[in-house]
Design a protein around this ligand. Structure first.
Ligand code: ADP
Length: 310
C-alpha cells in the first residue's frame, strides 16, 4: 500500500494592512503529515506527535476534515481508506497558521496518492474546510500561502481567486511567539465591527502600497505600507510588550512590524539577514528580561509551499 509525506509551511496571515487577504509562507517551520492507503475504508488518525491537545477523532481534526472534502468531490471514490500521522511543529493558537499547515499537508499528500487529480490552486477549497472546523470560517489567507508558497493575495471568495504576488528575494521575516494564550474568540470579539471611512481609506491605500512595494522591490514603500489601522490598534492590547517590540524593530532597522494572524505572534520584515538576526537576539532578551518565554524564528519567504518529502 502506498504512502506519502508532505511538509506544509507555517504562515504569516494578514501581513499588517493586508488584514484577512494577504499571507506569506515561512521556511523550515511547519507540519508534516503522512497519509497511508489502508485496506479498511474510511479515514483514521494513527498518531499526532508534537502536540497533546489536538483531537484524534477524524471529524474533529482539520487534516481528516480537509481530506474528506477532497474525497467527496471525486467522481470515482477509492475503495480503500487512508490513515494519517501528523507531526506538529507549529503550536495551535500561535497565530502562525497551525491548523492551516495540517490541512494543507493533508490535502497535498492525499492528492499525490490519488495521482494528482487536482492542481495546487484547486486544493485550496478543501484545505479551507479544515479552517472552517478550526475557526468557524472558511478562510484562505493561511492555507493559500502554505499550499502555493510565496506571498499570496486572496482577492475574492466567490469565485475563489488567489493571486501569487512578486516580492523581493532579500525579504526576511523575524517572528516572535510569546508563550501566552490568546483565545481566537477573544481576538475576534475585540475587533471593531465598523470603521470610519477615513480609516478604511488609509487601510486600502496601505494594501495597495504594500502590493506595489513588493512588486517594485521598493523596501521603503513596503515599510510605509505595512501599517494596519483596522485590527492592530485593538488586537495589540492582547499581546504583552507589543509597543516595546514595535519601538525596538524600528530602532534596529526593520521595515515594519505587525501581528501575525490573530496573534500572539508578531512578525517583522527586514531587507537584510543581519538586521533580522539582531532583531531576533533583541526580542529573545526583551521577553526573557520580562519573564515571558517565547520562540523566535528567522525565515526567508518560502517559495515552494507544500513539499512532498517521501
Ligand atoms: P492557528 O491560528 O495557529 O491555526 P487556531 O487556534 O486557529 O490556531 O486553530 C487551532 C484549532 O484547531 C484548535 O482548536 C485545535 O484543536 C483545532 N485543530 C484540529 N485539528 C488540528 C490540527 N491537525 N492542527 C492544529 N489544530 C487543529
Amino acid at each position: 500500500m502506498k504512502n506519502c509525506s508532505v511538509f506544509a509551511p507555517a504562515t504569516v496571515a494578514n501581513v499588517g494592512s493586508g488584514f484577512d487577504v494577504l499571507g506569506f509562507a515561512l521556511c523550515d517551520i511547519g507540519d508534516v503529515v503522512q497519509v497511508r492507503e489502508s485496506s479498511t475504508p474510511g479515514l483514521v488518525i494513527d498518531s499526532i506527535i508534537g502536540a497533546d491537545n489536538i483531537p484524534l477523532e477524524p471529524e474533529k481534526n482539520v487534516c481528516t476534515v480537509a481530506a474528506q472534502a477532497l474525497l467527496n468531490s471525486l467522481e470515482k471514490k477509492p475503495s480503500n481508506g487512508y490513515s494519517f500521522s501528523i507531526t506538529k511543529k507549529v503550536a495551535a493558537g500561535s497565530g502562525l497558521g497551525s491548523s492551516a499547515s495540517s490541512s494543507a499537508a493533508a490535502v497535498v499528500a492525499l492528492n499525490e496518492l490519488l495521482g494528482s487529480p487536482f492542481s495546487r490552486h484547486e486544493l485550496i477549497p478543501f484545505a479551507m474546510k479544515g479552517e472552517a472546523l478550526a475557526s468557524g470560517a472558511e478562510h484562505a489567507d493561511n492555507v493559500a500561502p502554505s499550499i502555493l508558497g510565496g506571498f499570496t493575495l486572496v482577492q475574492s471568495y466567490e469565485p475563489l481567486r488567489v493571486v501569487k504576488l512578486h516580492y523581493p528575494d532579500d525579504l526576511v521575516a523575524t517572528i516572535v511567539h510569546p508563550h501566552i494564550e490568546v483565545k481566537t474568540a477573544d481576538s475576534k470579539r475585540i475587533l471593531r465591527q465598523s470603521i470610519p471611512l477615513k480609516t478604511a481609506i488609509t487601510q486600502w491605500a496601505n494594501v495597495g502600497g504594500l502590493v506595489a512595494g513588493l512588486a517594485q522591490e521598493d523596501f521603503e514603500l513596503i515599510g510605509h505600507s505595512l501599517q494596519d489601522v483596522v485590527a492592530e490598534p485593538t488586537r495589540s492590547m492582547l499581546i504583552p510588550m507589543y509597543e516595546l517590540v514595535k519601538i525596538l524593530s524600528k530602532e534596529l532597522g526593520a521595515l515594519g512590524c505587525s501581528i501575525s494572524g490573530s496573534g500572539p505572534s508578531i512578525f517583522m520584515l527586514s531587507d537584510a539577514m543581519n538586521i533580522a538576526q539582531s532583531l531576533a537576539e533583541s526580542l529573545k532578551d526583551l521577553y526573557m528580561d520580562n519573564l515571558i518565554s517565547c520562540d523566535v524564528y528567522l525565515s526567508k519567504i518560502n517559495k515552494m509551499g507544500c513539499q512532498v518529502i517521501q
